[in-house]
Design a protein around this ligand. Structure first.
Ligand code: AMP
Ligand code: ZN
Length: 106
């Protein structure tokens, strides 16, 4: 998808400071952070939103990556939140999992 921001980040056409990446997944900071740590966990494959994840291995990989990043970002005991927008609530139509923390207010 040429006009997709996250595909362009994957392809190096838009800059992002990767926190982590491998052949399936990339993790980079949200450009408008809503917490001290605000990372996006994103499949490299263009999948428009959560409900379209059909590959069981990728689903597993995404959740495993989130678990690892919670640890690596120092959020394990630190009031983190995981958020996935979909069904039109999302601004970017390339699946991404928000990881935010520490959340200081309810
Ligand atoms: P959502 O509303 O779940 O689609 O969230 C999309 C998120 O992507 C927003 O929090 C944006 O701040 C973030 N975002 C948009 N462009 C970039 C970018 N170039 N690099 C990092 N994050 C971005
Ligand atoms: Zn994309």
């Amino acid at each position: 998808m040429n006009d997709c921001i996250f595909c362009q980040i994957r392809d190096g056409k838009i800059q992002a400071k990767f926190f982590y990446q491998d052949e399936d997944v990339m993790v980079f900071p949200d450009i408008h952070p809503r917490a001290k740590t605000h990372l996006l966990i994103v499949p490299k494959k263009h999948i428009p939103e959560f409900i379209f994840v059909e590959d069981e291995n990728l689903r597993e990989k995404l959740f495993h990556t989130v678990q690892q990043i919670i640890n690596q970002a120092g959020l394990k005991d630190n009031r983190y939140q995981i958020r996935i927008n979909g069904g039109g609530l999302q601004d970017v139509d390339h699946l991404h999992i928000h990881l935010l923390g520490p959340i200081t207010a309810a």
